[in-house]
Design a protein around this ligand. Structure first.
Ligand code: NAP
Length: 251
């Protein structure tokens, strides 16, 4: 069994997940770099350094999830932190299509249900499935933490305010998937309250990554800050919260 604490970051082969992996290694963790494509995971783990190990993990594939949990149990023997970071923003936005154009084709009245299902499969059901598979290991850890990487665009409070700048892009695909993820976060936190396992949702902020065609305004170092802070919470830290680097967000 590992002496060092162990963290699993899903979707860590690029973007904010890769930076979270680097930061957690710097904080003394052994980090499992989850990647649906093993080769890309191996390249990322090499970039992170000797305390990183690539783990094939497609969050929409039950066999891949079960295989990852089994490998952690057999080869690593412990899991202290789970960062549910993997997500997609769409499956059918064509190259060159602006966000505004995509939003027009994905209103509740005209969105393809296949598009909603595909995005929710990764961003919501994938998180629940990975968490269920990893919980037996997390329950054995002395002070486990789960961080769900959400987004401010999922805030119902903000989107119900007519003055909110994000209101016009609130729709059933990505934004509502993050609202549902927030609900899952609270449900997990409530169930696990008595165990000491803390479950919180973090918004990284608008960050330059593949997810938004590198249109974000923050660096990945800035984007990783809040998820990493929540991964490192001490025994007095909160559970069932939703925040970004500036503080609490309204649900
Ligand atoms: P990204 O660079 O596109 O990274 C997303 C990661 O998720 C990639 O590694 C991707 O793998 C992985 N992924 C997608 N589907 C997967 C699946 N089925 N199984 C396993 N991994 C899968 O985007 P990012 O911006 O770093 O996103 C990280 C998190 O931050 C997401 O939860 C996102 O919603 C959230 N977020 C981002 C922003 C932003 O402005 N960037 C803002 C708010 C919230 P592949 O490389 O194989 O595609």
């Amino acid at each position: 069994m590992q002496d060092k604490p162990v963290a699993l970051v899903t979707g860590a082969n690029q973007g904010i997940g890769l930076q979270i992996a680097k930061d957690l290694v710097a904080h003394g963790f052994t980090v499992l770099v989850g990647s649906r494509n093993l080769e890309r995971g191996e390249a990322a783990a090499k970039e992170v350094g000797p305390d990183a190990l690539a783990l094939q993990l497609d969050v929409t594939d039950q066999a891949s999830i079960a295989g990852a949990a089994e490998r952690i149990r057999k080869e690593v023997g412990r899991l202290d932190v789970l960062i549910n970071n993997a997500a997609i923003s769409n499956t059918n936005k064509t190259p060159g299509m602006s966000i505004q154009e995509y939003v027009k084709t994905t209103r509740p009245s005209n969105v393809s249900l296949d598009e909603v299902r595909a995005v929710w499969e990764t961003n919501v059901f994938g998180v629940l499935a990975v968490t269920q598979a990893m919980l037996p290991l997390l329950r054995e850890a002395p002070a486990a933490r789960i961080v769900n990487v959400s987004s401010g665009v999922g805030s119902l409070t903000r989107n119900s305010d007519p003055a909110s700048p994000w209101r016009s892009i609130f729709g059933p695909v990505y934004p509502a998937s993050k609202t549902a993820l927030n609900a899952m976060t609270l449900a997990m936190a409530i169930e696990l309250e008595s165990t000491g396992i803390k479950v919180n949702a973090a918004c990284p902020g608008f960050t330059k990554t593949n997810l938004n065609n590198y249109a974000g305004t923050q660096t990945v170092e800035e984007g990783a800050r809040e998820p990493v802070r929540l991964a490192l919470l001490g025994p007095d830290g909160p559970t069932g919260t939703y925040s970004n680097a500036d503080g609490p967000l309204p649900w």
